[in-house]
Design a protein around this ligand. Structure first.
Ligand SMILES: Cc1cc2nc3c(=O)[nH]c(=O)nc-3n(C[C@H](O)[C@H](O)[C@H](O)COP(=O)(O)OP(=O)(O)OC[C@H]3O[C@@H](n4cnc5c(N)ncnc54)[C@H](O)[C@@H]3O)c2cc1C
Length: 391
């Protein structure tokens, strides 16, 4: 058997190592130093967005053919983990944008790809994905937004909520019903790429427990006209598949954020436990703290390995919803548990906004909700287990 790595694979690995290296330098120079101030003020990091454009982050997973960096899922997951270990929120600026881009790249017509992907890759057009509505999140097929054909356009009416990048983004993948009566319901769903304009307004900015600084908002469509050429794939009734088809990578993203948070919380706790002294010794020498640190490190490492496994499988093009679901479930719960354990290790100081652990603690629960709640992950994992192991 020949295990030699091909020259092309080796060149790609070198290229990806360089990208990771520049991202790590950017994190230390630009991201970590501003995280506390911006999070506490809930202030939008405009400068970071410009730097993200220069780093190519808005095209991270878009193919090079369309002007992106064409990173593998494995490399992208490492990049998301590294940023999240310092400050998770900024990853949302390009994560949900790339979910929209991926939907176009995987399902769009060639004309849509040529028109949109290069502009997505530079960040000239940037935004996110609008699925959730006030009355429908998990039950996505229950959405009520409707698009009706009118000549060369569709006319969209409805409201989306919780949409990341809703205020500062300009372009969104919007899931609607083109046939509200269709049965099964998913056959009546379609995805459109919608740029802000007449009839597409931003409702209120949503104030949040964590994941601050990043805009989450309602998007309101009131007789908004979108050209029929913006129907992804050019065919009605495929939107649900286009959306759920992108969830594997979306789950790997969220899992990678979880690993970052779990690791960031561990690093803070490890440092503090060596500095803080009680009863004549550093608290890291008390057994109760040692047990916590050991569990935190094991959890973070196990989560990292699950994410690596899922990303590797994704990169080979094999279906990986079981692996991505397990990684998302475990890594997000690891983030919640590690951030709470870090709070305990910091004692009273955990409650102070002078330390970063309170931010990890506020940011972590979102990972259990986004890209399918962890309740749904368990159901997906279990269904997959049965499907792959028929009795
Ligand atoms: C900060 C933030 C950013 C977000 N960004 C975006 C975005 O950019 N785009 C977007 O479209 N959405 C976004 N969302 C929305 C998010 O995807 C939804 O909140 C999520 O899908 C859950 O939907 P829901 O809130 O309506 O909960 P519900 O669907 O009402 O669920 C409530 C509870 O019931 C459980 N549940 C529901 N159905 C079942 C079932 N069949 N079996 C077992 N348990 C079940 C759920 O797990 C959950 O615990 C964001 C949310 C937040 C908080």
């Amino acid at each position: 058997m020949n295990d030699a790595i091909s020259p092309a694979a080796s060149a790609k690995a070198d290229e990806e190592a360089q990208v990771l290296d520049s991202i790590e330098r950017w994190i230390e120079k630009e991201v970590r130093p501003i995280a506390k101030k911006f999070d506490q003020a809930d202030e939008y990091p405009f400068d970071l967005v410009e730097q993200m454009k220069e780093l190519g982050l808005f095209g991270a997973t878009i193919s090079q053919e369309y002007g992106g960096l064409g990173l593998s899922a494995s490399c992208y997951a490492k990049l998301v983990t590294a940023i999240s270990a310092a400050w998770m929120a900024p990853t949302g600026i390009f994560n949900s944008h790339l979910i929209m881009a991926q939907a176009v790249e995987r399902n769009g017509t060639e004309a849509q790809k040529r028109d949109l992907l290069p502009r997505f890759a530079t960040g000239e057009l940037r935004g996110g994905i609008g699925l959730t509505e006030p009355d429908a999140g998990t039950d996505l097929q229950g959405i009520r937004s409707v698009a009706r054909r009118d000549g060369d356009d569709y006319v969209i009416n409805g409201t989306k909520t919780w949409i990341t990048n809703g205020i500062y983004g300009t372009c969104f993948g919007i899931l609607v019903k083109t046939d509200p009566e269709a049965q099964p319901r998913h056959r009546g769903m379609s995805l459109f790429v919608c740029e802000k304009g007449d009839g597409f307004t931003v409702g209120r900015k949503l104030k949040k427990l964590g994941y601050r600084s990043i805009d989450s908002a309602e998007l309101v469509f009131d007789n908004y006209r979108v050209p029929a050429t913006r129907l992804v794939g050019g065919e009605e009734g495929r939107g649900f598949q286009h959306t759920v088809g992108g969830l594997e990578l979306g789950r790997i993203n969220v899992a990678a954020r979880g690993v970052g948070l779990a690791t960031g919380a561990l690093n803070e706790a490890l440092r503090y436990a060596q500095q803080r002294r009680t009863f004549g010794k550093p608290i890291c020498q008390h057994q109760a703290i040692q047990l916590k640190l050991a569990d935190m490190a094991t959890r973070a490492e196990a989560a990292r390995l699950l994410v690596e496994q899922a990303a590797r499988k994704y990169d080979t093009g094999v279906r990986c919803d079981l692996e991505a679901g397990m990684a998302k479930l475990f890594a997000s719960e690891a983030a919640v548990t590690n951030s709470l354990d870090a709070m305990r290790i910091f004692g009273g100081y955990s409650y102070s906004v002078d330390f970063d652990v309170e931010r990890y603690y506020r940011d972590a629960p979102l990972m259990c909700i986004g890209e399918g709640t962890n309740e749904m992950q368990r159901i997906i994992i279990s269904r997959q287990l049965v499907e792959r192991n028929p009795a």
